[in-house]
Every structure is written in structure tokens, then in C-alpha cells.
Design a protein around this ligand. Structure first.
Ligand SMILES: Nc1ncnc2c1ncn2[C@@H]1O[C@H](COP(=O)(O)OP(=O)(O)OP(=O)(O)O)[C@@H](O)[C@H]1O
Length: 400
């Protein structure tokens, strides 16, 4: 009888257990749901962030960019974070900021610096990012003592990782996110040299022409696509152009904005194009790479960088195509036409000629056809049509 009782008890227990907690698999699912719900807690209390950064102390300050200072912090659960205190220059209201930040916090990719959450406290707006341990790419690439650590394999890893991150932002996240400011200082590297794109979504948080920050963003910095600098046409192809500059910088170790090699070329893109045309792509390679580069990969990456920086945005590949080209490591890549010069008017060759020039390898960019019908998806709804240039090379700001 006693035995029966215990039998019945354990039988009932197992049924209750099953219904209450489910099978081990279901229990895991349940844990996932809880975890997901917890992760949805993207809003941080200001006190949590002051505690994490020891009251935004100077020792915790990582640096200061155009959007405001950044502090390192540690949450109670042990997670390391980087808190960006946005300067009070954005006119964006609290509600709009919260909406945008909520959307951006759902953007998660291994090649993007993930936004963990955000906080609004009085007039303060803060963004909370995952902390990325290593330095930013510009510090490594353009500081000669450290450059050698970036061997060819790591550089290819960065070229590929950034391409995947950008593809995700452009096509695979719920909204098309145009970064607008791809440059070496916005690529952070983790301890495994995985590149992570920082500062994505600033085009949404700081809509065009509402802040002083945009004057900085819109300024020529060696990465800006000519059609964006000149006409304010912001499309995914502007990011592709900046990506192409980055690729050529990684190959050569030369910063485009301060290019001063004693060669017959106006800038890095011009030099790369001339060398490519002479069949001397390998001579572009950073001397710090010595003999450890893989010739076919270098040739492919030079061609890729040039395809991405073509003057005509329509001729530039999409990031999806870039990722495909990188994964095949060869294939029938097109012949690049002349690169665009940031701040210059690009000229689109007639369609037929363009196709022909692609196959024949002649540059069509000198064509005088100026049928400026580039399809641009403006992340901010901005499309200034002014074509005047500012002597400082800044894109003219639209009249309010
Ligand atoms: N998620 C992060 N993890 C670790 N360090 C970070 C993170 N985000 C930013 N930093 C560091 O904080 C400093 C300031 O970064 P921020 O992105 O604001 O400006 P920047 O890249 O220096 O300039 P800009 O505003 O022109 O992009 C940089 O040194 C950067 O490396």
C-alpha cells in the first residue's frame, strides 16, 4: 500500500512536472523566452549608468567623438559597456529618440557594435553599447609601430567582416540602415580581431540638417561619396564608396585623407586605379605586410576596392554582391571605371557605353553625360539638389 502511494506520488509528480515545466527541450525554450524578455529591457535607469561608470569619471572616459564623450562601464551582472553621452545638439524629441533607439537596439550582428540599450534623463540622452576590447582600426592601421600586427590574414578578415556587417545593416536588419560614416575610426576590433562597425544609426538619431554634428558628418573626410558630398544624395551606395576607401586603406596602410606619397596621383584612389591599370596592383601593398600577403587575394581586394569607389554610384556593387565576391575569392569580377573624387561631380556614362566599358576595361567616367538619375534611398528623407561646392569641401547644408 505504502509502495502504491509512493508510486502514485511519483507518477503525479512526473505529470505535474511535465505540464508545469515541460520536457527538457521545452524548458530550454521557456528559458529562451525569459532571456529574450530580459533582453528586451533596453531602457537603462540613469542611476544604473552612473553606477556603472563611477559617475562618468574621467578615468572611465574612453574618448570623445563628434557625438559626445564615451565612458567605459560595468553593469552589476558583469557585462562591460561603453556609454555614449550624446551632446545636447540634437533637436530630436525624447519620444522620437526612444523610438529610434528601440529599433536600433534590435539590430544585432557579430560585425556591428551592438546597442545594448539607451537612457533618457532630463535633457540627457545616452546610448549603451557592448564594450569592444581592442582598439579602433585607425589607431592600429595608421600607427606604424602597431601596423605589423595587422597581417594580411587579419586584414582580409576585417574586409570580409565589415562587408557582412554592412550587408546586414543595408538589407538584413528590419529596416535599411545607411551608416553614412564608415571609416577606419568607426571600426572597432575585439580580442579575436573581429571587426565591429560602430556608430551605426546616427543618421536616424541625428536626422540631417538638424544638428551641428551633421556639419561634421557631411564634411569631406576622405571617405565621403561624391554624390553625397555634392548633392546630399544618401543611399546605400554612399556606404559602399566609404567601404571601398576602407578596403584600399587596409591594403596600402595609407590614409586617404592625408595621402602624401611621392607618386603621380592626387589621392589614394587615384593611385590605386593607376597602378591597377598598369597591372601593378601588388605594388600597392603596405610594406608592413612584407612577403606575407597572398597575391591573388590582394589583386582581388584591389579590384573590389576600386569597384566600390567608382564615381558613378550605380556602377558600384551592392554589399550583397561584395560579400559574394569575397566568398568566391575570384570569379568574373568587372573592370572598375575611374574612382570618384570626394567633393567632385560624378558623371555617369551612357548606359550602353557603361556596359561596354565594363567588359572592355575602359573608363567611362569621363563621359559628359550627366543624366543624374541615381536612385537614392535617403535614410533621412533628405536630398539636397544644390551642386555648389564649399571651398572647404563640406557638403552645403540645406536651407531650412
Ligand atoms: N563600444 C565601444 N567599445 C569600446 N570603445 C569604444 C566603444 N565605442 C566607442 N569607443 C571608443 O570611444 C572613443 C570615442 O568614440 P566615438 O565613436 O564617440 O568617437 P570617434 O570614433 O573617436 O570619432 P567620431 O565621432 O568622429 O566617429 C574612441 O576612442 C572609441 O574607440
Amino acid at each position: 500500500m505504502e509502495k502504491d502511494k509512493s508510486h502514485t506520488h511519483s507518477f503525479l509528480h512526473s505529470i505535474v512536472k511535465h505540464f508545469k515545466f515541460g520536457s527538457p527541450k521545452e524548458r530550454n525554450n521557456e528559458a529562451d523566452v525569459h532571456q529574450m524578455a530580459a533582453q528586451e529591457q533596453k531602457i537603462f535607469a540613469y542611476e544604473t549608468l552612473t553606477a556603472a561608470t563611477k559617475n562618468f569619471s574621467a578615468i572611465h572616459k574612453l574618448g570623445e567623438g563628434g557625438f559626445g564623450p564615451v565612458y567605459k562601464g560595468k553593469l552589476n551582472d558583469g557585462r562591460e559597456i561603453a556609454v555614449k553621452k550624446l551632446s545636447h545638439t540634437s533637436n530630436q524629441g525624447k519620444k522620437e529618440f526612444m523610438n529610434e533607439a528601440k529599433l536600433l537596439a534590435r539590430v544585432q550582428h557579430r560585425n556591428v557594435v551592438n546597442l545594448v540599450g539607451y537612457c533618457v534623463y532630463g535633457t540627457e540622452k545616452l546610448l549603451v553599447y557592448e564594450y569592444v576590447a581592442h582598439e579602433s582600426l585607425d589607431k592600429l592601421l595608421f600607427k606604424s609601430e602597431k601596423r605589423e600586427e595587422l597581417d594580411w590574414k587579419r586584414r582580409v578578415g576585417i574586409i570580409t567582416g565589415v562587408a557582412k556587417g554592412l550587408l546586414y545593416l543595408h538589407e538584413d536588419s528590419h529596416n535599411c540602415i545607411i551608416h553614412r560614416d564608415i571609416k577606419a575610426s568607426n571600426i572597432l576590433l575585439d580580442e579575436k580581431w573581429t571587426p565591429k562597425i560602430a556608430d551605426f544609426g546616427m543618421a536616424r538619431l541625428f536626422p540631417e540638417d538638424q544638428t551641428q554634428v551633421n556639419t561634421r558628418v557631411a564634411g569631406t573626410n576622405g571617405y565621403m561619396a561624391p554624390e553625397y558630398v555634392m548633392h546630399g544624395n544618401l543611399s546605400v551606395k554612399a556606404d559602399v564608396f566609404s567601404y571601398g576607401v576602407l578596403v584600399l586603406e587596409l591594403i596600402t596602410g595609407q590614409r586617404n585623407s592625408s595621402f602624401n606619397l611621392d607618386v603621380d596621383a592626387q589621392n589614394l584612389l587615384d593611385w590605386a586605379y593607376k597602378m591597377f591599370k598598369k597591372g601593378k596592383s601588388l605594388e600597392l601593398v603596405d610594406s608592413a605586410l612584407a612577403s606575407r600577403m597572398v597575391a591573388e587575394e590582394v589583386a582581388m581586394c584591389v579590384r573590389l576596392g576600386l569597384l566600390c569607389t567608382q564615381g558613378d554610384p550605380q556602377l558600384r556593387p551592392t554589399m550583397r554582391r561584395v560579400v559574394a565576391m569575397l566568398s568566391r575569392k575570384q570569379g568574373n569580377m568587372q573592370e572598375p571605371t575611374r574612382p570618384g573624387i570626394p567633393g567632385s561631380r560624378y558623371r555617369r556614362p551612357p548606359r550602353r557605353h557603361s556596359a561596354l566599358s565594363s567588359t572592355l576595361g575602359t573608363s567611362g567616367s569621363d563621359s559628359s553625360n550627366n543624366d543624374n538619375t541615381t536612385v537614392t534611398t535617403s535614410a533621412t528623407g533628405t536630398s539636397s539638389a544644390t551642386a555648389e561646392t564649399d571651398p572647404k569641401g563640406k557638403r552645403p547644408m540645406r536651407e531650412a
